[in-house]
Design a binder for this molecule. Structure first.
Ligand code: URA
Length: 424
């Protein structure tokens, strides 16, 4: 077995394409044993460097799907999902999922944990006490049918290969690769048994695709791979040159999502993104007057009610989802000028620093209370002494590391910095 993996690593290092059975072999080994993790990482590194062609990428995506079950729903409504390529403060799935369900769609959503500097939807949901995001597939299907939405992570039953490879990519810094992103995102989404998918392709200094053209190319690529599997895909390229919304972290993002669903404290950027992505999804589902429908399910409380029902069905205790960090520090402007967020990626890493960054065998463990709140957004004028942000967590001793990283990611300029549209 080891000989074959060595051959595949060598072939990929020499840019030789793999056959479909070779790809299936390496994907199967990745999740069936921990014995070859070092080899799988070497293979990931050679794919990261030399890529895979279109047919290899299709075979890779297929191998990820068939590493577990592929669902098949028989429901009286359009089955849809949305997924983002990852960012900082990106809590859109927590908000848009319940909105789409409240508008009459069904949303069987499989998400990941934190990847690189970006936050993971599963980690955020698990910051709600007792939320179980690793339920079995029968329960998952029942919650989708009864509530309209269920959000889980990859499990041993569905996309086990992505569960494993996702973690190895995180450890080996092999994230921003078209074929690896494609296998990971499209593998999960196709396995869910959905009819339509809206992708939020992030671009900017806090995204894996820093450059807009690359992001757009990735969107087109994922859309075309979707069509190979009869999945209708639409996408928007959206801004990640600053954290999305007000809060970034774990429970604080759940709090902001709950506020949004209650139609309260909606930041401008998050509002625009939710409506634009939501409209794309409802169009796909053949639902007219999307904007009015989204507004209605927010105003009449149905979207919030669905979120609460979903959390409850997963065992989560929403009443205990209270943001009460015991340690915090304000980030204060030390001069007058315009706030320039020049490194959103490192702002994401400041959350790691505030979370003790401890590693479990399988994934990073976060402090649910960790994160930051932005009082000022990129390009806003600040006076010396103004509060720009507050960072928080459960441990005073690590605040200084978090604040050091945070402060390095921002500056105050005399000239207005480049401003970015929410949707590119
Ligand atoms: N989201 C995923 O699920 N996988 C990736 O590779 C990137 C973002």
């Amino acid at each position: 077995m080891s000989d074959l993996i060595n051959k595949l690593i060598e072939d990929k290092s020499n840019s030789l394409p793999h056959t479909s059975s070779e790809i299936k072999h390496i994907v199967d080994i990745s999740h069936n044993s921990n014995h070859f993790d070092d080899k799988i990482i070497l293979w990931l590194k050679s794919v990261y460097k030399n890529g895979m062609n279109r047919s290899e990428t299709i075979n890779y995506t297929d191998a990820i799907i068939s590493s577990g079950d592929k669902l098949n729903f028989d429901l009286n409504g359009y089955i849809i999902d949305k997924h983002s390529t990852g960012g900082v403060g990106d809590k859109v799935s927590l908000i848009l999922g319940p909105i789409l369900a409240a508008c009459g769609c069904y949303v069987p959503m499989i998400v990941g944990r934190a990847l690189g500097h970006t936050g993971g939807t599963l980690d955020k949901l698990e910051s709600i006490q007792n939320y179980n995001g690793l339920i079995n597939l029968d329960k998952f299907k029942n919650i989708v049918k009864d509530v309209g939405i269920s959000i889980i992570g990859q499990t041993n039953e569905i996309c086990p290969a992505d569960k494993k490879i996702y973690r190895l990519r995180d450890l080996s810094d092999t994230i921003d690769s078209f074929p690896l992103i494609c296998g990971s995102i499209m593998g999960k989404k196709i396995a869910e048994g959905i009819e339509g998918l809206v992708l939020d392709i992030k671009t900017g200094n806090g995204a894996f695709m820093v450059d807009f053209n690359q992001a757009n190319k990735l969107g087109e690529f994922l859309k075309s791979i979707g069509s190979e599997f009869n999945l209708n895909v639409d996408y928007l390229v959206t801004d990640m040159n600053q954290p999305l919304g007000i809060y970034s972290g774990l429970l604080c993002e759940v709090k902001e999502s709950i506020d949004f669903l209650k139609n309260e404290n909606q930041s401008k950027d998050l509002f625009e993104l939710i409506y634009k992505l939501g409209l794309r999804g409802l169009n796909m589902a053949g639902i007219d007057n999307g904007e009015q429908k989204i507004r209605r399910v927010l105003e009449d409380g149905t979207a919030y009610e669905i979120f609460c029902k979903m959390v409850h069905a997963h065992g989560g205790d929403i009443d205990k989802a209270v943001l009460l960090p015991s340690a915090s520090e304000n980030i204060i402007a030390n001069s007058d000028g315009y706030l320039n967020i020049h490194n959103t990626k490192s702002l994401g890493m400041s959350i790691d620093a505030l979370s003790l960054g401890s590693n479990n065998d399988n994934y990073k463990k976060f402090d649910p209370q960790s994160g930051f709140k932005l009082y000022k957004k990129h390009g806003e004028y600040v006076n010396s002494g103004d509060r720009i942000a507050k960072i928080f967590c459960s441990d005073h001793s690590i605040l200084s590391k978090g604040s050091f990283i945070f402060k390095k990611s921002i500056s105050i300029l005399k000239e207005l910095p480049t401003l970015y549209k929410v949707i590119h």
